[in-house]
Ligand binder design. Structure first.
Ligand SMILES: *[C@@H]1O[C@H](CO)[C@@H](O)[C@H](O)[C@H]1NC(C)=O
Ligand SMILES: *[C@@H]1O[C@H](CO)[C@@H](O)[C@H](O)[C@H]1NC(C)=O
Ligand SMILES: *[C@@H]1O[C@H](CO)[C@@H](O)[C@H](O)[C@H]1NC(C)=O
Ligand SMILES: *[C@@H]1O[C@H](CO)[C@@H](O)[C@H](O)[C@H]1NC(C)=O
Ligand SMILES: *[C@@H]1O[C@H](CO)[C@@H](O)[C@H](O)[C@H]1NC(C)=O
Length: 657
């Protein structure tokens, strides 16, 4: 944000504060008027709203006697005209009038006036020469508190003629009168005419000006003549009118009659500042205080805006990406997740991954258990990880994948909400101590089949090929029926079709023991390296040992199992805790599958479709050589080159549970 913008905001805020004490109010009533305008106007005396106009005196010629009537039509709301220190409002008004006598062209009377009055009252006896302004008793008295511009059409003995305007203060005897005949204007012409009148009062310079043209002007502001018909300098209306006054029109008829119509009216008032009960010093002090406060607030506000801008600039994609996700998952409120996890209480911690901590939570309103993954804030790359995980997992739908329920992004905090898996992660069941019952064989088998099925889905069936990158027992979740659910796509990346591998990454993906040897060279995860991880998982599930277990003189579980295979006693690798409670044929098949997947050379490992078929017994286990082959680098056949042909094989087998 530029300095200019900041200054602009400051000025804007300050002007807002000061415009609270001095406001501009505009009334726009371009006409025609109708009955609904009774909400806005107080109609007094003989006035009425008829035929699209404010009829200040009656218009129903013929039916009534129109003579000796007076009326006023006033805006119901009052305006602050001046304060105690004599600061005076300014106002501009434009209106259309039409004064006519339909019955006779030879006589007309008495006239009308634009008036500023202290109340919404019409004095009795204000007909005839009094123009609805005063009466015989009150005329000329300061208590009237009236300032008016009269449009006089009847010559009284105090009038110059029957076609003039005048400035009236508390009296129908004008302070100033100007004959309109000099300006070529006839207020009551033989053929009815609409006049546009502008009255401007500048409260600062105390000048009143009246402009007038003899037609209803479609663009009053543009067609206003440059020369006023009447100017009054040094007119301080504060001396005469009430602090709070009303604007409107007054008119009267005498023995001579005419119609007094207002066809449209706009009024803009810059009101005087409110000051009730406040000394000027107090006001100044208050003003300065408010200004200071505003500056402080503005500073704070601007800083917040800048901070937010800065942050948004750093991750412009996050919200947009989240909201544009297809079939957008639910957006959770941070507050709700905080409550659900008891403020991310340690005791609700389910686990910790490379990119954040997972908490158990309860949305009590829906009595829904959830797992909330909170991404670590310090991790600069975590936003990318977040988006990667979300984009992928949101589009993956499979019964062996942990379902993403929603997300939350607040103040740079990234949270993903998953289905809660009541049985936790697989590792907790395999590597449990004596206190926990070990996982039954049929469940172990079911879990491996489930993982194979999920892997096949993400590698192939999903339109955009995905590698998991971090397949390990602690990332395999178990639902209430001990079905495997693949979770934690924190390391997953979409492989665009056609590319052999996903983007380079810093360091090596996955976790020691699950990492395919080629990854140590390339640092790239591939579908082959996922298969390697799967092999490691199969072996640990069947053997009940971690991949990096030093066992039988070997550093890794896989080498030990391979040696047992060579010696023809592979079943000795099966977890002792099962106490023989397993199906030997199945166990052998899985162990050999695990070894086949652990082939040091990626291109030699079975693909997921074969893995699925082997696991379900539809395909025989591939030949596993007695000695673990040497790792060849670079590998003879380029790693994923011939994959697509294999994957286009349509003989898909689906395993259902
Ligand atoms: C009245 O109009 C003049 C320009 O003709 C303008 O400068 C002034 O601000 C206006 N005042 C009000 C109260 O509208
Ligand atoms: C009142 O203001 C409106 C909107 O600016 C304008 O269309 C109309 O002509 C004005 N009428 C008068 C009487 O000035
Ligand atoms: C003039 O109006 C006042 C009230 O504003 C009233 O008391 C008085 O009687 C009226 N005078 C005449 C002559 O009607
Ligand atoms: C109003 O007009 C009459 C008649 O022309 C004149 O005597 C009188 O002085 C005028 N009043 C003012 C205030 O100009
Ligand atoms: C005056 O204005 C009214 C309402 O806008 C219109 O109906 C009428 O024709 C006009 N009269 C003249 C003489 O322009």
């Amino acid at each position: 944000m530029g300095l200019r913008l900041k200054l602009f905001i400051l000025t804007f805020l300050l002007s807002m504060v000061f415009s609270e004490t001095q406001g501009r109010r505009t009334i726009e009533k371009p006409g025609p008027f109708d009955k609904s305008d009774h909400d806005v106007f107080e109609v007094l005396g003989s006035g009425g709203i008829n035929n699209g106009a404010l009829q200040v005196t009656p218009d129903s010629g013929g039916d009534f006697d129109l003579s000796k009537k007076s009326g006023r039509i006033m805006l119901k709301e009052s305006f602050k005209i001046h304060d105690k220190v004599a600061r005076v409002a300014s106002f501009n008004t434009t209106f259309f009038i039409n004064i006519q006598n339909r019955i006779s062209t030879s006589s007309h009377g008495e006239g009308m006036a634009f008036v500023i009055a202290p109340d919404l009252v019409l004095p009795p006896g204000s007909e005839g020469q009094y123009l609805g302004l005063t009466n015989a008793t009150t005329d000329g008295k300061a208590t009237n508190r009236l300032v008016a511009i009269e449009f006089d059409t009847f010559k009284q003995d105090f009038d110059p003629n029957d076609n003039h305007i005048g400035l009236n203060i508390n009296s129908v005897k004008s302070e100033l009168n100007v004959s309109l005949s000099d300006s070529g204007i006839q207020l009551v012409p033989e053929v009815a005419k609409n006049f546009t009148i502008w009255i401007q009062y500048d409260g600062l310079n105390k000048i009143l000006q009246v402009f007038m043209v003899g037609e209803k002007n479609p663009e009053p502001a543009e067609r206003r003549p440059s020369v006023p018909v009447m100017t009054k300098k040094d007119l301080d209306i504060a001396k005469y009118v009430s602090e709070h006054s009303y604007f409107g029109f007054a008119a009267s008829t005498g023995s001579a009659i005419e119609l007094h119509c207002v066809l449209g009216w706009n009024l803009t008032v810059d009101e005087a500042p409110e000051d009730e009960g406040l000394m000027i010093e107090a006001k100044i002090a208050l003003g300065v205080g408010v200004a200071l406060l505003v500056i402080l607030l503005a500073g704070w506000w601007i800083q917040r805006i800048l901070y937010k801008k800065y942050k948004t600039a750093n991750d412009p994609t996050i919200r947009g990406t989240l909201q544009s996700l297809p079939g957008t998952p639910r957006e959770f409120r941070y507050r709700d997740l905080k409550v659900a996890t008891d403020n991310f209480n340690e005791k609700n911690k389910l686990g910790q991954g490379g990119f954040g901590v997972v908490y158990k939570g309860l949305l009590s309103k829906e009595s829904l258990q959830i797992a909330v993954k909170r991404f670590s804030r310090d991790n600069i790359k975590s936003k990318d990880d977040f988006l990667a995980e979300l984009t992928i997992i949101n589009r993956l739908r499979h019964k062996h994948l942990v379902k993403l329920l929603g997300w939350c992004y607040k103040n740079g905090k990234l949270l993903l909400v998953y289905e809660y898996m009541p049985n936790g992660s697989l590792d907790a069941h395999i590597f449990c101590g004596a206190e926990k019952e070990t996982l039954r064989w049929d469940l172990r088998y079911q879990i491996i089949s489930g993982v194979a099925s999920a892997l096949h889905y993400v590698h192939n069936e999903y339109e955009q090929k995905v590698v998991h990158r971090d397949l390990k027992a602690s990332n395999i979740m178990l639902d209430s029926s001990f079905n495997a659910r693949l979770g934690d796509f924190g390391l997953a990346r979409a492989i665009e079709n056609g590319k052999t591998s996903y983007a380079e990454l810093e360091g090596v993906p996955g976790t020691l023991g699950y990492i395919a040897p080629e990854c140590l060279h390339t640092g790239k995860a591939t579908r082959e390296s996922d298969i390697y991880g799967f092999g490691a998982v199969v072996l640990e599930v069947v053997c009940g040992q971690r991949p990096w277990t030093k066992i039988g003189g070997f550093c890794f579980l896989v080498d030990w199992v391979w040696s047992l295979h060579r010696d023809g006693r592979i079943l000795e690798a099966v977890d002792e805790r099962l106490r023989g409670g397993y199906v030997a044929e199945e166990a052998e098949r899985l162990l050999l599958l695990g070894l086949a997947c652990s082939h040091p050379n990626g291109s030699e490992r079975p693909k997921t479709q074969a893995v699925l078929q082997i696991a379900s017994g539809l395909l025989p286990v591939p030949y596993v050589p007695p000695f673990r082959p040497a790792f060849v680098w670079p590998s003879a056949g380029a790693v994923e080159e011939n994959i697509d042909s294999e994957y286009t094989d349509d003989s898909t087998v689906t395993i259902s549970h």
